[in-house]
Design a protein around this ligand. Structure first.
Ligand code: MG
Length: 351
């Protein structure tokens, strides 16, 4: 039996490493990547000269705000007995994220959310200056939050199915791992705060369930099948299901990885990002090889890398991640603090 805490930390650190590996080449085609880094593409973290760390991007920043948000919501709701993970903490934490990126709060939003809240100890998440750096934040996220209205599944905020909903929900699967079906629902609601297209939030639901099942000891295929079964209960599930099925089919085939990834898409949209990440996780048992494969393509490298890292970290744990990559990752300490908090609270809450 794997150590659960190890899987929690592994999932967030793995996601951050995949994100950082891909961030350097986010907007490059595979040909451009190869002409800069050689025919194997990028194979190591790029260390930023000023920070002396490998920089994470908006994917990891928002994942940390999701973790902050669900801890916040859990404690508020358990105190008051009402509320939801999306509306009673995560939305507020995303307003904080909006503030870090723009220097102001959205129209009609309460500045009170920027203050240290009861769920935070001495140093809250806003004490980390790295979270205030702009690392190519997603437009759907910024625009949706700017409106001052919280998107929901019933009242979509837009028709976006960008990957900004799915790339940030791993903490939901971790925290609610004992209830894979509920984790699907909560992650979909949290993604729907900013992404109103069904595929935009259903892919997020699927990822959360995969993460939850992995933490419970299922393998990647079993976890994915569980997610697919839950997915089918939702309206407009077809596009997400098709992408996941293609991913499994290609991983089981002898198709060359470069070609297979091309067929799955570039990952700018939610179902493609999940499919590419899943394909690379299924194709490799070595995390390093999987992450390298997951970022070297024409598309949204940091998001496919982040999701692949979330999945593999939850499968094999922190000990399977390359040590030098862990040491070099920006915000390593905060990632460990937040995943440990999620673990402690989740064990306490649901045991
Ligand atoms: Mg990014």
């Amino acid at each position: 039996m794997k150590d659960k805490k190890d899987l929690f930390i592994g999932s967030l650190l793995g996601g951050a490493i995949g994100d950082a590996l891909g961030y350097t080449i986010e907007f490059m085609t595979l040909n451009e990547i190869k002409s800069k880094f050689g025919r194997n593409g990028i194979t190591d973290l790029e260390i930023d000269r000023t920070a002396k760390k490998a920089l994470i991007s908006d994917d990891t920043q928002m994942t940390l705000f999701t973790a902050d948000g669900i801890i916040w919501a859990y404690l508020r709701c358990s105190e008051r007995g009402i509320g939801s993970y999306a509306g009673s903490g995560t939305y507020q934490s995303y307003l904080r994220w909006y503030y870090t990126q723009t220097g102001r709060m959205p129209t009609d939003s309460d500045e009170f959310w920027l203050e240290l809240q009861p769920h935070e100890e001495k140093a809250g998440i806003l004490n980390y200056k790295e979270l205030f750096s702009q690392r190519a934040p997603g437009n759907s996220c910024l625009t949706a939050l700017e409106s001052g209205r919280m998107g929901t599944i019933d009242e979509p905020i837009n028709n976006s199915k960008g990957c900004g909903g799915v790339m940030r929900v791993a903490p939901v699967g971790l925290f609610l791992n004992r209830e894979p079906e509920y984790s699907f629902r909560v992650a979909a609601e949290i993604a729907a705060i900013t992404h109103g297209h069904p595929t935009g939030y259903l892919a997020a639901g699927a990822l959360a369930t995969i993460i939850a099942e992995l933490v419970n000891g299922k393998d990647i295929i079993e976890s994915t099948i569980s997610a697919m079964n839950i997915l089918k209960k939702y309206k407009d599930y077809e596009e997400t299901l098709y992408a996941i099925e293609q991913s499994i089919k290609l991983a089981e085939s002898n198709e060359n990885a470069e070609q297979a990834i091309k067929k799955l898409g570039e990952g700018w949209v939610a179902e493609e990002a999940l499919a590419v990440a899943l394909y690379c996780a299924l194709k490799n048992t070595d995390i390093k090889k999987a992450l390298i494969m997951s970022v070297n393509h024409d598309g949204d490298s940091d998001s496919t890398g982040a999701i692949c890292g979330n999945i593999l970290g939850a499968t094999y744990g922190i000990s399977a991640l390359p040590k030098e990559w862990i040491e070099n990752i920006e915000l390593k300490d905060l990632l460990i603090i937040m995943s440990t908090k999620l673990y402690d609270l989740s064990e306490h809450a649901f045991n």
